[in-house]
Design a protein around this ligand. Structure first.
Ligand SMILES: [Zn+2]
Length: 451
């Protein structure tokens, strides 16, 4: 039986119980195997799922903080308005010419206590709008007018101009009083280094400029004293000729007196170079500009002038003079800071962001982008271009230049770096001249009989 059993065994297989037990064990293995497979699959699914979720979260974060990512790698956003604001955060506007002091003189009789720069001022400039426009610095123009009736500064001899020295001192005074009154916002800047330092601390660098040689009372000693008071540019003329140079006037056809610079004018430039006061060629005649460009050892500026080829008025700079600007042979380093005055920008009713941008573009095309800047003339102009109504609107112009293909580096040159380079150049020349022992200019105007 046993053998039968033995024989049967292969035929019948294991007893049912045994089979069941083995099946159970086999089933158990398969189930374990399946369970393991499921577990592995689940782990894989969870891992992949988690990776996908992480990836999506990272993508969302990158997109959400794209601006910050772009900022970290120095890229500007595509949107021109946002690009302009981003650019201006690190490269704020340094305007070559703002006439706030003359507005304070004419409206408030230089009584600084009556002026509230924290609220809306009647002109184009106050602190909230300066902040809105991302202004990092500007030249306060300490301007005193020319005689109204004449292109001559107090007759042919220019000897009666001393009250203009008084008034210029008053304009320097009122500028400094305002800078002090709002010392949380403004800080007097005397050097290019001062400007950078002030901007880094979030304040507005405040520079002083004298708008016309007629304010010097025909005396080079007065220039030296203005420099001591903090003045860092003198415009060689305003709309009148003076003892130093010819003006371009306002309308075409003004008759020159000197044919450009007078003998005293050359001495003035020599002294400006020596003491580090920038030669400003806005308002000058073309001959004055040509001669000054050739004679100045230091880089020069146009604090508020546009391009004559774009709009043909004498106050704008012609191409043949723009061609003398640069660092090549027979060229002088300079920055032409574009004026927003509608009368200089376009035909009546046509001045706007685009036409001002045309001036920037044209000057850059002739001189290179390293020689153009901004000199709005705000508070000195009755009318304003559409879209550039006050100091809060600079970002609109920067956005327009960005739209025209200017990159961040070029835009930062336009807003301030080009001016800083020119200032640094003038500071270097001044140091070199003084180190080399250059004597102060003792030239006396030859019409004077008192000295
Ligand atoms: Zn002017």
């Amino acid at each position: 039986m046993a053998s039968n059993d033995d024989e049967r065994a292969p035929l019948l297989g294991e007893p049912v119980e045994q089979n069941l037990a083995r099946d159970a064990s086999l089933n158990g293995d398969a189930a374990k195997h399946d369970a393991n497979r499921w577990r592995a699959l689940r782990v894989r699914l969870i891992t992949h799922g988690a990776l996908i979720v992480l990836f999506i979260v990272a993508l969302v974060l990158v997109l959400f903080f794209w601006d910050n990512v772009g900022r970290a790698i120095g890229a500007l956003p595509k949107n021109p308005e946002r690009a302009a604001r981003r650019l201006l955060e690190s490269a704020p506007v340094i305007d070559g010419h703002i006439d706030l002091p003359i507005l304070v003189r004419s409206r408030y009789h230089n009584n600084v206590s009556a002026v509230d720069l924290n609220s809306q001022m009647p002109g184009h400039v106050d602190i909230p709008r300066l902040r809105e426009g991302k202004v990092g610095g500007f030249f306060w123009s300490t301007y005193v007018g020319c005689p109204e009736e004449s292109y001559e500064d107090d007759h042919y001899d220019f000897l009666n101009a001393t009250w203009r020295v008084r008034d210029t001192l008053e304009q320097i005074d009122v500028s400094k009083l305002l800078i002090t009154k709002y010392s949380d916002t403004f800080e007097l800047a005397l050097t290019s280094e001062d400007i950078k330092y002030t901007i880094r601390r979030g304040k507005i660098a405040s520079l002083l400029g004298v708008e016309g040689g007629h304010q010097l009372g025909n005396s080079i000693a007065v220039l030296r004293q203005y420099q001591e008071l903090g003045v860092r540019y003198v415009t060689l003329t305003h709309t009148c000729h003076n003892a130093f140079a010819d003006s371009c006037g306002l309308q075409p056809g003004i008759k020159p007196k000197w044919g450009g610079l007078s003998k005293l004018g050359y001495a003035l430039i020599r002294e400006m170079n020596r003491i580090g006061v920038l030669v400003d060629l806005s308002h000058t005649s073309d001959d004055t500009a040509r001669q000054a460009l050739k004679y100045s050892k230091a880089p020069v500026i146009w604090s508020h002038s546009s391009a004559r080829a774009v709009h043909n008025v004498p106050r704008n700079v012609p191409d043949d003079i723009l061609e003398l600007v640069g660092t090549g042979p027979n060229q002088t380093d300079a920055v032409v800071m574009v004026n927003f005055a509608p009368f200089f920008v376009a035909d009546p009713g046509e001045a706007n962001v685009q036409t001002v941008a045309d001036h920037v573009e044209h000057i850059a095309n002739v001189t290179g982008k390293a020689h153009v800047g901004l000199g709005s003339d705000f508070d000195g102009i009755g009318d304003v271009p559409e879209g550039l109504e006050d100091v809060s609107k600079y970002p609109a112009l920067i956005a327009e230049m960005y739209r025209r293909g200017w990159d961040g580096f070029e835009l930062a040159g336009l807003t301030g770096r080009n001016l800083l380079r020119v200032m640094e150049g003038a500071e270097r020349v001044s140091k070199d001249l003084q180190r080399a022992g250059a004597e102060p200019a003792y030239d006396v105007y030859d019409q004077r009989e008192d000295l």
